[in-house]
Ligand binder design. Sequence first.
Ligand code: EPZ
Length: 421
Amino acid sequence: MDKIVIHGGQRLTGEIRILGAKNAALPIQCAALLTDTPTTLRHVPRLSDVKTMGELLVGLGCTVEGDRTLVIDPAGVGSGPLEAPYELVKTMRASVTVMGPLLARYGRCRVSLPGGCAIGARPIDQHLRGLEALGARIRMAHGYVELKARRLKGASFSFDVVTVGGTQNVMMAAALAKGTSRLENCAREPEVQELAIVLNKMGAKIHGAGTSAMEIEGVDVLNGIDHAILPDRIEAGTFMVAAAITRGDVLLEHAPIDHLHPVIAKLEEAGAICRVEPRGLRVIGPEALKAIDLVTRPHPGFPTDMQAQMMVLATAAHGQSIITETIFENRFMHVPELCRLGADIHVNGNVAIIKGPAKYTGTTVMATDLRASASLVLAGLVASGKTEIRRVYHLDRGYETIEKRLRQVGAKIRRFHGAPN
Ligand code: EPZ
């Protein structure tokens, strides 16, 4: 297992290029199953989750070549089992987003139930309710869900819970259903909008993506396309916090500014300067950060995937901040580790009360989930002395060579391979 070692206290200055969005690349890889012609994806981030999705597609009969530019040829799908096995689904729950495409194109699939994860139970009941509304027959057995449908039929359906993956699964199924579907209470995330752009490029007829109501006119055939993945707003937000807490001055090249408004607003409220420039977003950290309150909400609210990172900013700010997590029931796993570094954070249910500024002193900490591990890197950047972060495989799921890119802007950060875990 790798570890990352940081000697804190450096001011970050320079430029970081924002790479393709993990949470767009994953569902779009699944969309390639909706056709029998190849799809080429560009600006794909080199992440372990993207590789895992590639392995899943290969297991279904696709050929998958390349990495930054990924070519997926689904011609071989359908001759073998249409199954997403437990070994893959348990490591990456986004695998369940193959259900909609496989059901729509082949009329059957068998997908392992993902089980819980560090941040919560994360059921898929809404995915299944939506697919059932389109005509799927569903059977649960041995920890797997089996879905069958001769031809999916357009239907009206309203999600009980706003779910990104659930919206994406049902969108992809409805795209090839017979007739028109009307979906209500849909997720509005940029990655949902990006999937609709890709599906419409493939020949789908989806209207209203990015709002809570979508109308999808089913078509008979979709075609493979060539598409460049949009930049990752959560990666950009993470680097924004890094600049803000180190009194830095960093240009985030290619940052998706239109998808960052809630994060920009909170950084500015804390006293950072966020300036739109021709090549991206410049973030300048103030001498002293101000305390902020935030509540995570579905887009266009403040993104839950930025909660852990903003908690580090709050620990560095002067005064008391209150952070409320409304999306996942257990997304404060970073708190005990931040407290070991010296933070003053009290959690009561889904509310965290933070008193700053913390006098962080480096020590050994352990990553527990993707965004928690990002928050430990951020805290290490401002801790005095050495911070050692173990189990960084969590980090590699969502950030491509983060240590190299932070070193480029002045951080004293290195990765060591084969550390004890
Ligand atoms: C996506 O996960 C993202 N992952 C997550 O990012 C992100 O945190 C989440 O959306 C919320 O924005 C990808 O896009 C690959 P949800 P997803 O379904 O789709 C409940 C990261 O750090 N729910 O929107 O799995 C669920 O328990 C990851 O990059 C149901 O109750 O999230 C949660 O409380 C972490 N029933 C809430 O909805 C369902 O059928 C939102 O989950 C589905 C979800």
